[in-house]
Design a protein around this ligand. Structure first.
Ligand SMILES: Cc1cc2nc3c(=O)[nH]c(=O)nc-3n(C[C@H](O)[C@H](O)[C@H](O)COP(=O)(O)OP(=O)(O)OC[C@H]3O[C@@H](n4cnc5c(N)ncnc54)[C@H](O)[C@@H]3O)c2cc1C
Length: 420
């Protein structure tokens, strides 16, 4: 049955939903105040990894013990704005405890694997249909450590990956040097995950999905959604800053701004921003062939069409706090240490920086499913570090829900009802 569906937000998740739903014959209205693919969205500036191996919850058992050391390192990958801390404490407590036992972390890992195992295939299929097959490639992913002993300290995460069916190949220092000649020789052990993929220009991919949806009849209304009009539990319209839009279904895919809309639909989801930054280096003197992640500095390097992108950092802060560009400078220094052939300092005219919000649900899983207020309002947000990768599968699940088909995976673990 064709429905009039308002998709709220045109990041990777909303864009993929709009495309897949339009393809299914629904009349789609995409509500998004910014340009699709624009810098307002996390989907614009991420590292571009489509990683079936990202099945390890961020807050693994024992993380809380490492937090003081991580926070005291001014060049480290994690920081918390002191003034934001009181407001973040309830989320932070849940975040640190939700996966604090091996059993719970394994359960979360299985749920992430179900969302991600076929992510590269799904993106490649969607990108081909959208007319931009070259934007998604099976590049492989290279993880590196100073030595094998350092890799062994990460064994819990790699055991979870093995259990999820992820396969990799160890690389010695010599093999690493052969694979990635520009990398510093200070990292002497590597793991190559050949099944990993990457998006060569995440912003262009989001734009292409929205364009493909428009070719199928979807309409983009440039405004902000503010709430819902319901009658006897059925959706009648989505309220926006430019008036009401008639709808008989809605998908909340507004990234970090989804919390308020979910509340308007009766659900309180523990959602916070794990902010991240990127530094984009145009025409770099040296680069990597494969996306590379150094386990200690946690600053993934991704070769993209626009240059070399180093994206990372987790900064816990209030959503509207201004960016702290010192975090981007840390990424720039990390890139210089990984790639000694880059000039120091980098020529400013070839460098751009960006900050965005990973929409992070405290238990490490997105919310995908019907709202408390109405089965017509679906939640599709909170994908944290993997929202680009998980967008096509999320869209397929939303399409299943709207069509009342049995979903292709068990949705219980992602249900918003887990917080009721
Ligand atoms: C530094 C960094 C690196 C990352 N690297 C990766 C990676 O390599 N791989 C990966 O899979 N993920 C990565 N991520 C995470 C990924 O970017 C996010 O999970 C993903 O982009 C979230 O997509 P989204 O569509 O839910 O939200 P967004 O991309 O943030 O889009 C939400 C959209 O909703 C719109 N919106 C907001 N409020 C409203 C409203 N009221 N009405 C209508 N529209 C609204 C916004 O304008 C925005 O365009 C990274 C994130 C960061 C910050």
């Amino acid at each position: 049955m064709s429905r009039r569906v308002v998709v709220i937000g045109a990041g990777a998740v909303g864009a993929a939903c709009a495309f897949v739903l339009a393809r299914e014959g629904h009349r789609v209205v995409l509500v998004e105040p910014g340009p699709p693919g624009g810098a307002q969205a996390a989907s614009h500036g991420n590292a571009g990894w489509i990683s079936p191996e990202s099945v390890v919850p961020i807050a693994t058992p024992g993380l809380w013990r490492k937090v003081p050391r991580l926070l005291s390192d001014p060049e480290g990958p994690l920081t918390v704005r002191p003034l934001a801390l009181p407001g973040l404490l309830p989320w932070l407590w849940r975040f640190l405890t939700a996966n604090a036992t091996a059993e719970r972390a394994t359960r979360t890992s299985r749920a992430l694997a179900a969302l991600l195992h076929d992510a590269v295939d799904r993106h490649q299929a969607l990108a081909a249909e959208a007319g931009c097959p070259d934007l998604v490639v099976r590049s492989g992913h290279l993880y590196i450590w100073r030595d094998r002993a350092a890799f062994e300290t990460d064994r819990f995460g790699w055991a979870l990956r093995r259990a999820a069916g992820v396969v990799w190949r160890d690389l010695s220092a010599e093999e690493l040097a052969q694979e990635e000649p520009a990398l510093s020789r200070a990292w002497r052990f590597g793991v190559l995950v050949e099944t990993g993929g990457q998006v060569c220009d995440p912003s262009a991919l989001v734009k292409a999905y929205v364009e493909a949806a428009r070719r199928l009849g979807a309409e983009h209304v440039c405004t902000r959604a503010t709430g819902f009009r319901l009658e006897h539990g059925r959706l009648r319209a989505v309220e926006t800053e430019r008036g009401a839009i008639d709808a008989d279904a809605a998908v909340i895919a507004a990234g970090i701004r989804s919390g308020a809309l979910a509340r308007a639909a009766g659900d309180r989801i523990p959602l916070a921003s794990e902010r991240g930054y990127h530094v984009m280096i145009r025409d770099p003197e040296v680069s990597v062939r494969t996306p590379v992640m150094a386990a200690d500095v946690k600053a993934p390097l991704t070769p993209m069409t626009g240059g070399l992108r180093v994206a990372g950092q987790v900064e816990l802060a209030a959503i509207d706090d201004p960016p702290d560009w010192r975090r981007a400078a840390i990424l720039e220094r990390a890139a210089a240490s990984l790639l000694p052939g880059l000039p120091r300092p980098l020529p400013r005219e070839r460098v751009t920086v960006w900050m965005g919000h990973r929409p992070s649900v405290a238990d490490g899983l997105p919310v995908i499913g019907g709202s408390r207020a109405s089965p017509d309002i679906l939640l599709a947000f909170g994908h944290g570090h993997v929202g680009l990768a998980a967008a096509p599968k999320t869209a397929a699940l939303i399409a299943d829900l709207l069509a009342h088909r049995p979903p292709c995976i068990d949705l219980a673990l992602y249900s918003p009802a887990r917080f009721r």
